[in-house]
Design a protein around this ligand. Structure first.
Ligand SMILES: Nc1ncnc2c1ncn2[C@@H]1O[C@H](COP(=O)(O)OP(=O)(O)O)[C@@H](O)[C@H]1O
Ligand SMILES: [Mg+2]
Length: 420
C-alpha cells in the first residue's frame, strides 16, 4: 500500500536538528490571574521527533499545547512553524498544519466513524472520492477494518478504539505536526500500553513532529525522543533525552519527579529488538516426540519450544514431558503465554518473564512467528549496556571489558545452566 503518510526513510528525519516548532518567550496570562500560567517559555521541537512535555498537574502543559495551535492565544512571545512566524497568521490555516488529539477524544457522537475521520478533509473541501479513500486508508493505518467500523458510531466502540479513531482523525489531512494532550489517559493500563506500542510503531512510518503531553513520567520515558520536564508556569527544569533525564537529572525537582526506581525505569527505554535474544531450541509440533527429544538433548538446556505450522510458539516442554508424551504434542508441557514483540520494552519483557514459569519470555514477529527469547541473561546484558552508557554520560571512561560483555550473546555459550 502506498500511503501519502509514508515517506522514504531518508526524508523522515531530514537535516538532523532542523527545527519544526520554535516557541520563543511564549507567555500566557489568563485574565484575573496574578501569575502567568506559562512564563517566557523557549522551546525548540526538532522535525520528526516526539517531544514530551511532562510535569505536575497545573504546571501549564495544556495551556502551552493550546498556544501552539492557538486555541489559546498567547499574551506575548512568538510561535514559529518551519521557521515562519505564525503568531498572528490565520488560526484556521495553522490548524490544518497541526493535528490535535486530546484525552477526551472529542469524537462527534452523532456522526459515524467515517464522518468523524473526514472532518478536516471536508473542511479542506476534498471531493467525496478522495475523502472516502483517505478515511479507509486512515482506518487501516490505525488497525481498524474500514468495512467493519466505517459506519459505526463512537458509542459502539471501546475506549481504546475511540482513541485510535482520534489519532486517525488527527492524521487525516497529513499535517506535519501533531499535538497530543494526554492522548491515552482515558483508557485502562493494558489498553494504554497497547495504544502506546501501536503509536510508536506508526510513528516509525509517518515520522511526524509530535508534541506529546503527559503527567506520567513512565509514559514520557517510553514515548519521548526528548522530554521537557516542566515545573510551575511551564518553566523547563530539564530538556533532554530520556536516557540523560534518568541518568543525570538536572536538579532535585527532576530527580523527585522521576521518583524511585530510575534504574528499573531505564528498562522502559530499551527495546527488545536492540539486544541479542537468547535462542532456545525449537521443534515443530508435527515432527513429534522423538525429534523434539533429540533437539532438546543436543541443546544442553532443559526446555524446548514447540512451534505450530506457522512457527508460532505453542508449548514449552522438558525431557519428562516428552517422555510421557503419546501421540500429539499439542497438550504436553506448559502453554506459551505472554509473548512480546520486538518493539516491546525490556521492562515489559521483564514483567512477562517474571510471570512465566520458564523464566523466559518468547519474542515473536508481527505474524506471531518465533524470533527468540528474553531471559535473565538478556536483561543482565542490557542493564550492563545502560550502566556503561550512564558512565559515559557522566564522563567516566567505559571499560573495554563492559563493551565485550555487551557484544557477546548472553546466556547462550557460557552459561546454559542459567536457562530453564
Ligand atoms: N481558562 C483558564 N482561566 C484561568 N486559569 C486557567 C485557565 N486554564 C488553566 N488555567 C490555570 O493555568 C494553570 C495551568 O493550567 P493547565 O495548562 O491546564 O495545566 P496542566 O495541563 O499542566 O495541568 C493552572 O493554574 C490553571 O488553573
Ligand atoms: Mg492538562
Amino acid at each position: 500500500m502506498t500511503s501519502q503518510l509514508t515517506r522514504p526513510a531518508a526524508e523522515q528525519k531530514p537535516s538532523a536538528g532542523s527545527t519544526m516548532i520554535s516557541l520563543e518567550q511564549l507567555t500566557k496570562r489568563y485574565p484575573g490571574q496574578d501569575e502567568p500560567a506559562v512564563a517566557a517559555l523557549d522551546l525548540a521541537v526538532p522535525e520528526g521527533e516526539i517531544v514530551v512535555l511532562v510535569g505536575p498537574s497545573g504546571c501549564g502543559k495544556t495551556t502551552t499545547m493550546k498556544m501552539i495551535n492557538r486555541i489559546i492565544e498567547p499574551s506575548s512571545g512568538t510561535i514559529r512553524l518551519e521557521g515562519e512566524d505564525v503568531t498572528r497568521s490565520s488560526p484556521d490555516e495553522l490548524r490544518r498544519r497541526i493535528g490535535y488529539v486530546i484525552q477526551q477524544i472529542g469524537l462527534f457522537p452523532h456522526m459515524t466513524i467515517a464522518d468523524n475521520v473526514a472532518v478536516v478533509p471536508k473542511l479542506l473541501k476534498w471531493d467525496g472520492k478522495r475523502t472516502k479513500a483517505r478515511v479507509d486508508e486512515m482506518l487501516e493505518l490505525v488497525g481498524m477494518d474500514p468495512g467493519t467500523y466505517r459506519s459505526r458510531y463512537p458509542k459502539e466502540l471501546s475506549g481504546g478504539q475511540r482513541q485510535r479513531i482520534g489519532v486517525a482523525r488527527a492524521l487525516a489531512a497529513d499535517p506535519p505536526v501533531m499535538l497530543m494532550d494526554e492522548p491515552f489517559g482515558a483508557v485502562d493500563p493494558i489498553a494504554r500500553e497497547k495504544l502506546q506500542n501501536e503509536f510508536l510503531r506508526l510513528q516509525e512510518d509517518i515520522g511526524k513532529t509530535i508534541v506529546f503531553v503527559t503527567h506520567d513520567i513512565d509514559e514520557a520515558i517510553k514515548m519521548g525522543d526528548r522530554i521537557a520536564v516542566l515545573r510551575e508556569q511551564s518553566v523547563i527544569a530539564q530538556y533532554d533525552t530520556p536516557e540523560r533525564i534518568l541518568s543525570d537529572p538536572a536538579d532535585e525537582f527532576v530527580a523527585e519527579f522521576i521518583g524511585a526506581g530510575a534504574s528499573l525505569k531505564r528498562l522502559g527505554l530499551a527495546r527488545v529488538r536492540d539486544f541479542t535474544l537468547a535462542d532456545y531450541p525449537t521443534s515443530p509440533l508435527r515432527d513429534g516426540r522423538d525429534a523434539a527429544a533429540a533437539a532438546l538433548a543436543r541443546s544442553g538446556v532443559s526446555s524446548i519450544l514447540l512451534l505450530d505450522e506457522e512457527r508460532r510458539p505453542a508449548r514449552w516442554a522438558g525431557p519428562a514431558d516428552l517422555r510421557r508424551a503419546t501421540g500429539s504434542l499439542e497438550r504436553i508441557g506448559t502453554p506459551v503465554n505472554g509473548v512480546v514483540q520486538p518493539q516491546a520494552t525490556l521492562a515489559g519483557a521483564l514483567d512477562a518473564m517474571v510471570s512465566s514459569r520458564v523464566g523466559a519470555v518468547v519474542v515473536v514477529d508481527g505474524r506471531g512467528a518465533y524470533l527468540g527469547t528474553v531471559d535473565m541473561g538478556v536483561i543482565m546484558a542490557a542493564a550492563e549496556t545502560m550502566r556503561a552508557a550512564a558512565r559515559e554520560n557522566a564522563g567516566e571512561p567505559s571499560t573495554a571489558d563492559a563493551q565485550d560483555r555487551l557484544s557477546s550473546t548472553p546466556g547462550t555459550d557460557d552459561e546454559p545452566a542459567a536457562r530453564p
